[in-house]
Design a binder for this molecule. Sequence first.
Ligand code: G3P
Length: 223
Amino acid sequence: MKFFIDTASLAQIKEAQDLGVLDGVTTNPSLMAKEGISGEERVLQHYVDICNIVDGDVSAEVISVDFAGMVKEGEKLAALHKNITVKVPMTRDGVKAIKYFSGKGIKTNCTLVFSPGQALLAAKAGATYVSPFIGRLDDVSTDGVQLIESIRTIYDNYGYATQILAASVRHPMHIIQCAEVGADVATCPLSAIVALFDHPLTTIGLEKFLADHKKAQQATAKA
Ligand code: G3P
């Protein structure tokens, strides 16, 4: 399963990249705003900066809601770097735009997906990625991971190549559950990725190994 980081923070992207397990980045307008990135030129430069840190797909979301606007914006974004994936919302115009981009060989990520039917439409339009928001479903008492499982079944039934990119991942158990049900990608906050590293028995075990090694060395030095 690929690990993407879900942020527009260059510092966090660099930190995740340094861990050696990062495969890509997803952003959205809220995450860009959180970093104070606004104005067309600054936004475009920020995507280029992200692409220069990570060798993997970087989702850049369109702001337009109409087909013509999405196409114009998406083509501009895609021209920035070979790794840019145009992120398009799951709407009628969005699906039409995905179909258009797919025909042009431009990678797409269909975002704001909350149902198996929406995921089926995204695959039929030729989306590179589909982004079911599992955390936001959990927030309304609906099983987000169950949606990933359902989409996996549908895509496998028909051999759709669209990759399932689990989004709105909130914690390490979401990552594990997504891996168990066959998500292709999980896009996560840095905190959720980092949390996978730690286990108290690993810490205790390493301390014991190092202490035993030190004792043996001291015994050898004395002999
Ligand atoms: O990838 C979509 C993600 O950014 C949404 O996450 O935590 O705002 O639901 P969240």
